[in-house]
Ligand binder design. Sequence first.
Ligand code: CA
Length: 224
Amino acid sequence: MKILVVEDEQKTSAYLKRGLEENGFVVDVAHTGEDGSHLAETQPYDLIVLDVLLPGRDGWKVVTELRRRGIETPVLFLTARDAVRDRVKGFELGADDYLVKPFAFSELLARVRSLLRRGPARQSAVLRLGDLEVDLSRHRAQRAGRALDLTPKEFQLLSFLLQRCGEVLSRTLIAEQVWDINFESDSNLVEVHMRRLRSKVDDPFETRLIHTVRGVGYVLDARG
Ligand code: CA
């Protein structure tokens, strides 16, 4: 099993290389996004361990470019930022898993093994609820086999609802997680986007998936 580690901090990359090699993996290291992209495009890897914050081309750009070229190698992101927004962004781009720095090597090893068992990236990036299907890595949504024409923000909103389906989400939480803003004064933005999303996701179909919980927020579920 061959792993590419893209990490600009020399100490961390040396530590990862040594640890993974001790566990039987063959490891290449790149210290910039550009070098990482080049290696990933020209060599076959079973997995890429990709730091998000890299000088020059960052981890997001590296994975976007790889997926655009049809390279499906699973990616384990290393990130110092634990925001849900970042996780959503990563999954939209076709990443498979995240590890927040600092982490224990044993945790990294467990994630690496689990990703290698799971196989290519895109299989794990499709969320479903009833006849609704959202493919996070391809950035496509469909219902009952019909493609939904969503704006990027609507897609992000739907992905967030789907990742937390069955859970009642307040307007404030949605505003924070999807728009990254604090929204105590005006929740109109969420309502406006929710209305547009419903006109595409629910109105043309018999069963409603997006439900309003009066005075609280919204919940996505298939109760009808
Ligand atoms: Ca870094």
